[in-house]
Design a protein around this ligand. Structure first.
Ligand code: NAD
Ligand code: USQ
Length: 382
């Protein structure tokens, strides 16, 4: 297949590009490299030293038979989107290219507006571009489990059967997102659903949980293929942050009670889920929703897992309960369905002590790159 990967220089996009290219698909990465400029803005960097996109792709060409091409451009610019679609004529478009940090979106008005404009306009341009150029192509869009929030009933995969005043219907599952960023994903979902209904496009919204880990079989093959690993309070996701904190003797930063429960998955399952969605496209006119995670944990459970493994390796690790900078329920019911990707053949890599050990060892190897002052949260929701 010809697969365009918007956001292919990012944390999920780069290993997905490698994974799909290694399976014989022809890849076009479209990315404006803005993730690298957020690092400059925030005075932080990936825990792992990463090559430039140019170096990454050059070394792919020099050392593998894989087909990866690049186009540096912004999805907010419709001409870029249309040019990419016209020249490449993709069978599938995987859309990762958004500002994805909840704290970044909550910094101030400017960052909230930037996040929502970047994400909503980029997705709208893609929808109009697909309609104009390749209406049969399958849009695989990264949504997020945080679109649903934490309702006191089971979370379904996208849709809920509702009985009301003696009638019943299957309706989009109610959305109660956690941040201005998560809201941008809700807006995207509505726009994509409308485009499928009105223009007959085909799309899969992958409501992904929190991703941990960073290596896949392909990123391990060459030091220039290594993936980024964020540990800072703005872009680091919780388990990856805990591993970085443990190796420099920083307390594990549990926000509030730590009863916040989320769906999680390892990056190796992210790339496989995208592949499964691409191999089994949505029907023409269908807006399909999968919940993309493999296990659910509370934040405190994760902190205890990391604490135990880190202590067994000789680190003096402790858990600290910080005042929660976010507005979220800290103790709540959480049960989200996630069977559709398993039905397509996903074989999950569940969180193991071996995995946590590897993460701690890797963080220890690069501990000189950890800036301790980037660990404590300074952005509040209030
Ligand atoms: P990331 O920030 O590492 O990667 C996003 C990439 O998109 C970056 O390379 C960035 O330069 C590019 N980009 C952003 N805006 C762009 C634009 N307007 N035009 C072109 N390129 C643009 O993020 P990630 O962690 O790889 O996340 C990828 C997607 O998956 C996001 O949509 C995110 O919401 C979703 N997601 C991520 C996680 C997670 O834990 N990382 C979990 C659930 C969902
Ligand atoms: N948390 C802590 N301590 C920390 C960091 C986070 O207790 O040091 C808590 C947060 O308060 C939250 C939970 O851990 O309750 C998850 O936070 P996170 O920063 O790991 O993840 P989140 O902000 O939800 O965002 C990440 C990605 C985002 C993606 C989302 C999936 O950055 O792109 O959409 O995970 S989900 O959470 O399912 O919506």
């Amino acid at each position: 297949m010809k697969i365009m990967i918007a956001g292919g220089d990012g944390f999920c996009g780069w290993p997905t590009s490698l994974h799909l290219a290694a399976r014989g698909h022809e890849i076009l990465i479209v990315d404006n490299l803005v993730r690298r400029t957020y690092d400059e803005e925030l005075n932080t960097q990936s825990l792992t030293p990463i090559a430039s996109l140019e170096e990454r792709v050059r070394s792919v060409r020099e050392t593998t038979p894989w087909a990866i091409d690049t186009l540096i451009g912004d999805l907010q610019d419709y001409d870029v989107v249309e040019q990419a679609l016209r020249s490449f004529q993709p069978d599938a478009i995987v859309h990762f290219a958004e500002q994805r940090s909840a704290p970044y979106s909550m910094m101030d008005r400017e960052h909230a507006v930037y996040t929502q404009v970047n994400n909503v306009v980029g997705t709208l341009n893609l929808l109009y571009g697909i309609k104009a150029v390749c209406p049969d192509a399958h849009l695989i869009k990264l949504g997020t489990m945080g679109e649903y929030g934490t309702p006191n009933i089971d979370i379904e995969e996208g849709y809920l059967r509702v009985e009301h005043n003696g009638r019943s219907d299957v309706l989009p599952y109610p959305k109660q997102p956690f941040s201005m960023y998560h809201l941008s994903k809700v807006h995207d979902s509505h726009n994509i659903m409308f485009a499928c209904k009105a223009w007959g496009l085909r799309a899969t919204d992958l409501n992904q949980g929190v991703v941990y880990g960073y290596q896949t079989d392909e990123t391990r093959q060459n030091p220039l293929f290594v993936n980024r690993l964020d540990y800072d309070h703005v872009f680091g996701t919780v388990l990856n942050r805990f591993c970085a904190q443990a190796v420099i003797g920083h307390d594990l930063t549990v926000y509030g009670e730590g009863g916040q429960t989320r769906g999680f998955l390892e990056i190796r399952d992210t790339v496989r889920c995208i592949e499964l969605a691409a191999l089994h496209p949505a029907d023409q006119g269908e807006f399909r929703v999968f919940n993309q995670f493999t296990e659910q944990f509370s934040v405190l459970e994760l902190a205890k897992r990391v604490e135990a493994v880190a202590q067994s390796l000789g680190f003096n690790t402790k858990i600290a309960h910080l005042e929660n900078p976010r507005v979220e329920k800290q103790s709540h019911y959480y049960h989200a369905k996630h069977t559709k990707l398993l039905d397509l053949g996903l074989e999950p890599h569940l969180l193991s002590d071996t995995m946590i050990t590897e993460m701690l060892q890797e963080a220890y190897r690069h501990q000189d790159r950890i800036r301790a002052s980037a660990l404590l949260p300074t952005i509040t929701w209030r």
